[in-house]
Write a protein that binds this ligand. Structure first.
Ligand SMILES: NC(=O)N[C@@H](O)C(=O)O
Ligand code: NI
Length: 178
């Protein structure tokens, strides 16, 4: 059985709109602050929490991710139905992203739409903010050693992580050659 090979696209905000935001300074507006010493690239993304009145909080973590060797089989995607999740690289290295648009009960039995799954490679200066409900693969670090990411996501009650495992014939191959 030949599995579908995912085409890996360079990450751009335009291409990523169905999935969330690209966190980067290239081509973005800024304000000059701090007596002219600093550029503020304001509100590059917004943190979504479903129930702020019930105590949902946006929290900041660091993920130290082991390298994912490619070719790699994409066997599952996950989503966070109650909040967004942002990954910002701390060591300036590219990383891989596999995403599909959010779904609900009326779409494809509320599972990732196979034909809408896309893969991206960042340029090392980009982070991403997955919108609430965006299907995504857990962080995919590449290179020769573990990578660190600043992660901003939601802390609160209830289940905030749905996982979907593909049938074997639906699985995809991710193969990145730097
Ligand atoms: N589980 C967890 O906190 N990490 C995942 O959500 C991920 O996207 O890496
Ligand atoms: Ni996640």
């Amino acid at each position: 059985m030949t599995l579908r090979k995912l085409n890996i696209e360079p990450l751009t905000q335009e291409a990523f709109v169905p999935f969330g935001d690209v966190i980067e300074t290239d081509q973005r507006p800024f304000r000059i602050i701090n007596n002219g010493s600093t550029r503020r690239y304001h509100c590059l993304a917004q943190v979504e929490t479903a129930y702020p009145a019930d105590g949902d909080r946006a929290i900041i973590s660091i993920f130290r991710a082991q390298v994912t060797k490619t070719p790699f089989t994409i066997r599952m995607l996950e989503r966070h139905p109650l909040g967004s999740q942002a990954f910002v690289p701390l060591l300036g290295r590219p990383f891989l992203i596999v995403v599909a648009p959010p779904t609900n009960n009326s779409i494809n039995n509320d599972t990732p739409q196979l034909d809408l799954i896309r893969a991206f490679i960042t340029n090392g200066k980009q982070g991403v903010n997955y919108s609430r409900g965006t299907w995504h693969h857990p962080v995919l670090a590449i290179g020769n050693e573990e990578d660190d990411f600043l992660v901003v996501d939601r802390e609160g009650s209830g289940n905030n992580c749905d996982e979907h495992f593909f049938q074997e014939h639906e699985q995809m191959i991710l193969n990145y050659q730097s």
